[in-house]
Design a protein around this ligand. Structure first.
Ligand code: TYM
Length: 329
């Protein structure tokens, strides 16, 4: 049986990118694997949430996870900050993580550019904390989207390094997992790049139908193709990628043919896309709203999850301490 670990930062509502990049894979994996799914609330501190926001953000993401079909009876569902073994492993891993390699990661460089007033050490060592999240349960597989490819590569590097220094077999080298066999990148609605929480281009699972229609109708497009079978420019390709994800093959083929014959009307395509997104998100949205009301359930899930996660994490930390040379007097 494989061990699977996946997480999500508690910095905003779950969007289609999170769902199709990571959560969907996880839901499929939870039946036959030893799965750990957590909310990365320590990671969210790099952007300084207020104390009032911190808890509600975690609650929202937790409810959204569960509404997507993550089953706490099958998977271990927990909040990162309930597992103090993770920061211990993070501290130990930091001793073999080097400034140069951390400074070179694209996510660090991106964040440093986006928030020059807050280039904190937590941002720099973000990949080390993520590696600790993964290695604490000795994960074999990690379902993540394309944007986490480099962070996962760092986790693999830190695992290999630890194994080389202290013992070849300590950590399995975690593999990325996606049901399509490739990292997925769900595009945003603003013409270029990925759908993201901080990009302001996301369709969230909890969005109501009115908002979804508004967002999709405003998505960037162009004046239409001028030649048959013309290659699609990025904003148009993005609309088709989204349609490929949420619509039926017939619908996709219909609009694709229209595009190739220069008969496409983007207004019609967007209307259809919006309705297909709404069909997909509506049942999830209803479950999110229900679960958000059920504090007793959320308490039960996180209590059970923390116990199971700590049991697994404590074993790893004990082994790592012993390998590094810590001894009791
Ligand atoms: P986060 O919270 O940004 O995103 C959670 C998951 O959603 C995926 N994702 C996407 N996939 C495809 N297309 C998109 N547009 C898109 N946007 C987001 C992400 O790749 C991710 O899998 N650092 C992580 C959280 C984390 C973690 C971990 C993940 C912390 N520790 C350990 C796995 C294992 C993050 O910020 O993801």
């Amino acid at each position: 049986m494989k061990t699977v670990v996946s997480g999500i930062r508690s910095t905003g509502n779950l969007h289609l990118g999170n769902y199709f990049g990571a959560v969907k894979n996880f839901v499929q994996m939870q039946n036959d694997n030893n799965c750990f799914f957590f909310i990365a609330d320590w990671h969210s501190l790099t952007t300084h949430p207020t104390p009032e926001d911190l808890h509600i953000n975690v609650k929202r993401v937790l409810a959204e996870y569960l509404a997507c079909g993550i089953d706490p009876e099958k998977a271990t569902v927990y909040v990162q900050s309930d597992v103090p073994e993770i920061p211990e492993l993070y501290l130990l891993m930091n001793m073999n993580a080097y400034l140069g390699e951390l400074e070179r990661t694209t996510s660090f460089k991106d964040k440093a550019r986006k928030q020059p007033e807050n280039v904190n050490a937590g941002l720099l060592t973000y990949p080390v904390l993520m590696a600790a999240d993964i290695l604490i349960h000795k994960a074999h597989q990690v379902p993540v989207g394309k944007d986490q490819e480099q962070n996962l590569e760092m986790a693999r590097k830190f695992a290999r390094r630890f194994n080389n220094i202290y013992g070849e077999e300590t950590f399995p080298i975690p593999q990325p997992y996606s049901y399509t066999g490739e990292f997925i990148k769900v595009p945003g609605l603003d013409g270029s790049g990925k759908m993201g929480k901080s990009e302001g281009n996301a369709i969230c699972l909890v969005d109501d139908p009115k908002d979804i229609r508004k967002k999709v109708m405003k998505a960037v497009s162009d004046s239409g193709p001028t030649e048959m079978n013309q290659e699609k420019p990025e904003p148009i390709q993005n609309l088709f990628t989204l349609m490929d994800i949420v619509s039926t093959k017939d619908t996709y083929d219909f609009f694709n043919d229209k595009y190739n014959n220069c008969e496409i009307r983007y207004g019609d395509m967007k209307k259809q896309l919006a309705e297909d997104i709404i069909n997909f998100t509506s049942p999830i949205r209803e479950r999110i709203l229900d679960i958000m009301q059920d504090d007793a359930y959320l308490h039960k899930v996180t209590k059970m999850g923390a116990e199971k996660a700590r049991e697994s994490a404590a074993k790893t930390v004990e082994e790592v301490r012993r390998l590094i040379g810590f001894r009791k007097f």
